[in-house]
Design a protein around this ligand. Structure first.
Ligand code: SF4
Length: 342
């Protein structure tokens, strides 16, 4: 985690949309609509910071991560990295740029080829990008990376199945770092791990960030998972960012009703406080991104929705100090939600 002394923007995302066409019929595939997985995101990530991206399953957070590093080609919008719009880069130039933008996946086992040794898995990107000359230099670099992520360099000839879940995630991290990236999308990197191992991997990611000056987009399901690692946190609901703020600000004054509901689900380590506090239970399921609700997309589940909310979509507005909220009732939402909880 950084100390906010570096305001330089590394990634700027402008009106990013990622739609997936839905078709009907086996022979004549007729398009019947689009799943609007990501629907008009605008935000930026500063060099050296960690932006946490949080939301329920299906809200579009993983799709956003993949669209940022062009694993998915966005439908429209811009992803400006070092002044270059990645969405417009020809394939060959994007291949070169991919070195700078990497991803750590949720399931370390599924993302590692079981037939390759750890040495070959980590060596592959080094050789593809021609970062070391000769077999010995590549081997040395692989061993250096294993050490960097806290693994014994003598493990180089072992296969993924010979490692524990936490060790496999360390291998995934070493592979991502092999190409010396600047920006890393961490897609729920600890959610498949035992709770006892999660803190170790989070600490490793923080140490590596400080050591190598990395910038992270850290994707997680709930607010608890990103609390300690994020400088700022963005909350997504049904393809849109509904609130974005500095971590401390968001946890102290969550303003959007959805953020308040997510935060009320985070357990408090004090049993007395935990017993007495009120929970905001959201009713209903997340609506389909194929046919999102009119106006504010959260109105079907929001305890303080009005008629206006159903008609007009709220803009993501700065309510002070870079705290952005997309809610017609942001000025009164904290008080209203508190009343609603009683
Ligand atoms: Fe709730 Fe309305 Fe705010 Fe949406 S705009 S979060 S429906 S109060």
């Amino acid at each position: 985690m950084t100390d906010h002394k570096t305001p330089e923007t590394l990634i700027e995302v402008k009106d990013l949309k990622m739609y997936f066409p839905v078709t009907k019929g086996i022979v004549l595939r007729r398009k019947i609509g689009d799943v609007k997985a990501v629907d008009g995101l605008t935000f930026s990530i500063r060099k050296g910071e960690t932006l946490g991206l949080v939301g329920e399953s299906g809200c579009g957070k993983s799709t956003t991560g993949r669209a940022l590093i062009q694993l998915y080609k966005p439908t429209t919008g811009e992803v400006i990295f070092h002044g270059t719009d990645l969405t417009k880069l020809p394939a060959e130039q994007m291949r070169q740029m991919r070195r700078k933008v990497q991803m750590i996946f949720q399931d370390p086992y599924a993302s590692l080829n079981p037939r390759m040794t750890v040495g070959d898995i980590i060596a592959e990107p080094i050789m593809v990008h021609n970062l070391r000359k000769g077999k010995e230099a590549v081997r040395e670099r692989v061993q250096e990376l294993l050490k960097l992520v806290g693994l014994n360099p003598y493990f180089i000839n072992r296969y993924p199945h010979e490692f524990s879940g936490g060790q496999r995630q360390r291998i995934g991290i070493a592979r991502a770092l092999a190409v010396e990236p600047e920006f890393v999308v961490c897609d729920e990197p600890v959610s498949a791990l035992d709770v006892s191992i999660q803190a170790q991997i989070l600490n490793l990611l923080e140490d590596l960030q400080n050591q190598l000056g990395l910038t992270y987009l850290f994707i997680a399901h709930g607010l608890a998972a990103v609390k300690h690692i994020s400088d700022r946190v963005a909350v997504m609901y049904l393809g849109k960012i509904v609130e974005i703020a500095a971590g401390a600000q968001l946890y102290h004054t969550p303003t959007h009703p959805y953020t308040q509901a997510l935060l009320s689900a985070v357990p408090i380590p004090d049993p007395a406080l935990e017993r007495t506090r009120a929970r905001i239970i959201l009713t209903g399921d997340v609506p389909s991104p194929l046919n999102p609700p009119s106006g504010c997309r959260f109105h079907t589940r929001c305890p303080i929705a009005t008629e206006h909310c159903k008609q007009e979509e709220p803009e993501l507005k700065d309510i002070g100090g870079g705290h952005m909220v997309s809610c017609h009732r942001s000025s009164e939402a904290i008080a209203l939600m508190a009343v609603d909880k009683k």
